[in-house]
Design a protein around this ligand. Structure first.
Ligand code: SAH
Ligand code: ZN
Length: 692
C-alpha cells in the first residue's frame, strides 16, 4: 500500500505530495508519538495503578468477578496493572495496529497472555456476546484518552458509547472523574498571540502608526486549542484577575453525554484589569473519594507540591472574543461551551435582571472571519507584535532604502512592504509564495491597506517568484530585495532558506547594484542538556514493574528508519535546557549570490565546556539584515555561569537528539563532539551526523 504525504519543498516553498510506502506514516507516528513521554510520567502511572487496584478491590469485595475494559491500551500498561491487581480478565482495545501488535508482545513478555485479550479495533466496533470480542460487559472501565483540552481526542463519544454497549450499569471507572479549572487573566504577551497591536514606525516625516482593520479587531479567532507549557510562562508575563474556579466535571462511572452543551460560573474579579485570556487545565480523580488526584495545575496554584513534567498533558490558553475591562468585586459570568471535541469561552457582565438566568443558548464555536487568523498562526502574531524585532527591521530598512528604491518583498504575511513604504521606498511590491497555494489573503490585505490609507501604494503580486515577469514590476529592476524571511510552510529553521531560492529565481529582475536584505544567514548549533525534554525520546525500560522494552525498541527502529536521524522542531522557550558548549556558527548562506550547484558541507568539533548530560544539539538560524544588524530565531541570550539559555519566544528551533547520552565532567581536556553537516542545495534539507 502507498500513502501520500504532504510536505513543503524548501526549494520551491510549495506543497508537494510525495508517494511513500505504508511504513513511512507508521514510523513517523511512532517516532513522534507521546508513548515514551507517557511511560516516563511517573505521577500518572503511580496514580493509575492506585486507582486500578482500588477499583478491582471494590468489585472483589462485592463478591463479583473483576472484568476490565481498557480502551486505548497502547502498550497494554493499564491492563497489566489491572491483571496484577487481581482482575479476572481484561479486554484491551487498541485501534492503532502497530500499537496493538506491540501490546500483544508486551503482554506476553510480562506473562499476562491468559488474562489480557488485545483487540485491534476502535472501541465503537467492539462486539459483546458469546461470539463477540467480549464475552460479557465489563464492570471496570479503564481509559487514558485525554489530551491537554481533556476532550480533544474524543474521550466523550468513546465513553458515551462504552456506557451504552460495553460496560455494566454502576461500573467502576478509573479515572472516576475529571474536573476542568479556569482562571481569568490579563496578559499582553498571550493576547499578542491573537491580536495585532498597532505598529509604530519612526519615519522621516514623523511617526506613523499602522493599525489593524476593524474586522480583525472583532474577530473571535480560531477554534483550535492553544496548548502550552504554562509552567514556563513567568509570573511577570500575566496578571491573574480571578481565583481558580471549577468550570465543569465529568463523572466517568455514569453514562456520559457527548452532545454540545454550555456551563456557566459566576466570578468576582480579585483585581481590576483587562480580561483577555482564560487559562485552563484539568485534574482527574482516580477513585470516588478523590484521594488519588492527578493534576495539571500550574506552578502558582499549589506552590508547595512537586510538579511532574509531562508533554502529553499541558495547559490551555483560551482567548476571549474581545478584551473586557473588569472591576474588582463586580459580578461576572464565565461561560464554557463545548462540542464533542473542543471548548471555548465567553465572558458576560451580570445584569440585575439576569441574575437567575441559566447559561444562555450556546454561542457558536469561534470562526475566523477576518482571515488574519488563517494567515498568521499564534506564534506568528506574537512575532509580528514583537516591537524590538520590528525596530531591527526598521533600522536596517532605513539604512538600505533610498527615495528611488524599487523594493520587492518575498515573505509570507509580512509587514515589511508596509514598513518599506513608510520609510520612503518609491515603489513597493510583494510576493507571498506559500500562501498562493493555500488561500488568497487578498481581501485581508485590501482591508488592511484601507484601514491605513495605503490603497494602491503597495502591490501584491499573485505569482510565484519563478513566474515573475517584467510587467509585474512595471518593467523596473528591483533595487532592494527584502524578506524576513518567513514562510508558513517551513517546519525546520533552515526551511526559510527558501528566500535564497526565490532570490535566485528572480535574479534576472534584480538591478546590478541590488541590495539584498538580509544579506546573509547563518546556521548555529549548540550542545545542550535538557531539563525535561529528553524524556520524549528516551527509552523507559521498566515501567511500574512492567517490562516495556518492546516499545522502546519500536521507537528506536522508527527513529532510525532510513538509517538517518532527523532534527525535529521544538519551541525551546517551553523546554528549558542548559548549554554544554559554546554556540557555534556552522554554515553560512550568502544571499547576495545565487544558490550554488554544489552542496555546502562542513565538519568540525565542539568542546563540552560544562558538566552535564549531552542530550542533543540545538540548531537555529540567524539573519544578517545588514553588516551590523542581525536577528536570531534561536538563542537570544546565554547566562554564562550556569549555561541557562533564553530562546526566541516566537520560533521553533531544530533539535537533534543523540542516540546515546554522554555525561561530561569538567576536565582540563574537555570532551569534544564531532559533527558533519551537509546542506543539499538540490533539496534544501540539512543532513547531520554527530560522533560523541
Ligand atoms: N493506555 C495507554 C496508552 C494511552 S494513549 C497508557 O495509558 O499508557 C491512548 C491510546 O488509545 C492510543 O494508542 C490510541 O490509538 C488509542 N485509542 C484512542 N481512542 C480509542 C478508541 N476509541 N478505541 C480504541 N483505541 C483508542
Ligand atoms: Zn480572524
Amino acid at each position: 500500500m502507498k500513502t501520500f504525504c504532504g510536505r513543503a519543498n524548501p526549494t520551491t516553498g510549495s506543497m508537494e505530495w510525495l508517494e511513500e510506502g505504508e511504513d513511512y506514516d507508521y514510523h513517523q507516528e511512532i517516532a513522534r508519538s507521546r508513548y515514551a513521554d507517557m511511560l516516563h510520567d511517573k505521577d500518572r502511572n503511580v496514580k493509575y495503578y492506585q486507582g486500578i487496584c482500588a477499583a478491582v478491590n471494590r468489585v472483589k469485595e462485592r463478591g463479583e468477578k473483576a472484568i476490565v475494559l481498557d480502551i486505548g491500551t497502547g502498550t497494554g500498561l493499564l491492563s497489566m496493572m489491572a491483571a496484577s491487581a487481581g482482575a479476572d480478565f481484561c479486554y484491551a482495545i487498541e485501534v492503532f495496529k502497530p500499537m496493538a501488535n506491540a501490546a500483544v508482545k508486551i503482554v506476553e513478555k510480562n506473562g499476562f497472555s491468559d488474562k489480557i485479550k488485545v483487540i485491534n479495533k476502535h472501541s465503537t466496533e467492539v462486539t459483546v456476546g458469546p461470539d463477540g470480542d467480549m464475552q460479557c460487559r465489563a464492570n471496570i472501565l479503564v481509559t487514558e484518552l485525554f489530551d491537554t483540552e481533556l476532550i480533544g481526542e474524543g474521550a466523550l463519544p468513546t465513553y458515551e458509547h462504552a456506557h451504552k454497549y460495553l460496560v455494566q450499569e454502576g461500573c467502576e471507572a478509573v479515572p472516576h472523574r475529571a474536573t476542568v479549572y479556569v482562571q481569568l487573566v490579563e496578559s499582553r504577551r498571550m493576547w499578542s498571540w491573537k491580536k495585532l497591536f498597532p505598529v509604530h514606525i519612526e519615519a522621516e516625516d514623523g511617526e506613523k502608526i499602522l493599525v489593524p482593520p476593524s474586522e480583525m479587531e472583532n474577530c473571535p479567532g480560531l477554534p483550535s486549542v492553544c496548548d502550552i507549557q504554562l509552567n514556563q510562562m513567568p509570573s511577570s508575563d500575566f496578571s491573574t484577575l480571578s481565583d481558580v474556579v471549577k468550570m465543569f466535571s465529568v463523572d466517568f462511572s455514569k453514562p456520559v453525554q457527548s452532545a454540545s452543551t454550555c456551563y456557566r460560573v459566576q466570578l468576582e474579579p480579585v483585581k481590576s484589569g483587562k480580561a483577555q485570556i482564560v487559562l485552563s487545565w484539568w485534574d482527574i480523580d482516580m477513585d470516588p473519594s478523590g484521594m488519588v488526584n492527578c493534576s495539571m495545575a500550574p506552578y502558582w496554584v499549589k506552590p508547595t507540591s512537586a510538579l511532574q513534567w509531562r508533554d502529553h498533558w499541558m495547559q490551555c490558553v483560551y482567548f476571549l472574543p474581545r478584551e473586557e475591562p473588569v472591576l474588582q468585586g463586580e459580578k461576572l459570568y464565565l461561560t464554557a461551551c463545548r462540542d464533542e471535541y473542543s471548548v471555548w469561552y465567553n465572558l458576560q457582565k451580570a445584569r440585575a435582571d439576569e441574575e437567575e438566568q441559566k447559561a444562555d443558548v450556546c454561542v457558536e464555536s469561534p470562526v475566523c472571519r477576518c482571515r488574519a487568523h488563517l494567515l498568521w498562526n499564534r506564534p506568528r502574531f506574537g512575532e509580528l507584535n514583537d516591537q524590538s524585532r520590528t525596530r531591527q527591521y526598521i533600522k536596517s530598512l532605513r539604512k538600505v532604502l533610498k527615495t528611488d528604491s524599487v523594493c520587492l518583498c518575498i515573505s509570507d504575511g509580512s509587514l515589511l512592504p508596509v514598513l518599506a513604504y513608510y520609510l520612503g521606498a518609491k515603489q513597493v511590491q510583494c510576493v507571498q509564495p506559500s500562501r498562493i497555494d493555500l488561500f488568497h489573503p487578498h481581501e485581508l490585505w485590501q482591508a488592511f491597506f484601507k484601514a491605513n490609507n495605503l490603497e494602491d501604494k503597495i502591490k501584491i503580486i499573485e505569482a510565484r517568484p519563478e513566474l515573475l515577469k517584467p510587467s509585474h514590476l512595471e518593467d523596473k529592476k528591483i533595487s532592494v530585495l527584502v524578506g524576513e524571511p518567513f514562510f508558513t510552510t517551513s517546519l525546520l529553521p533552515w526551511h526559510n532558506l527558501y528566500f535564497w531560492y526565490a532570490r535566485t529565481a528572480v535574479s534576472s529582475h534584480l538591478a546590478s547594484n541590488v541590495t539584498v536584505l538580509p544579506q546573509s544567514a547563518s546556521l548555529h548549533m549548540m550542545i545542550v542538556e535538557f531539563q525535561d525534554l529528553w524524556r520524549i525520546r528516551s527509552p523507559c525500560g521498566i515501567c511500574e514493574g512492567f517490562d516495556v522494552r518492546t516499545m522502546d525498541d519500536m521507537i528506536k527502529d522508527s527513529l532510525n528508519f532510513r538509517e538517518s536521524k532527523e532534527a525535529e522542531p521544538h519551541p525551546l522557550w517551553e523546554y528549558p535546557c542548559k548549554s554544554l558548549s559554546e554556540p557555534q556558527e556552522v554554515l553560512t548562506f550568502d544571499f547576495t549570490k545565487t544558490v550554488p550547484q554544489q552542496c555546502l558541507r562542513t565538519e568540525g568539533s565542539v568542546k563540552l565546556l560544562r558538566k552535564g548530560k549531552s542530550h542533543g544539539a540545538v540548531l537555529w538560524m540567524e539573519y544578517h539584515l545588514t553588516a551590523d544588524i542581525s536577528v536570531s530565531t534561536g538563542l537570544m541570550q546565554l547566562s554564562n555561569e550556569k549555561g541557562n539559555c533564553e530562546w526566541n519566544p516566537h520560533c521553533k528551533q531544530g533539535v537533534y537528539f543523540f542516540s546515546s547520552v554522554i555525561e561530561s565532567e569538567i576536565l582540563s581536556d574537555p570532551t569534544a563532539v564531532e559533527y558533519a553537516m551537509n546542506f543539499d542545495t538540490k533539496t534544501g534539507e540539512i543532513a547531520m551526523d554527530f560522533k560523541l
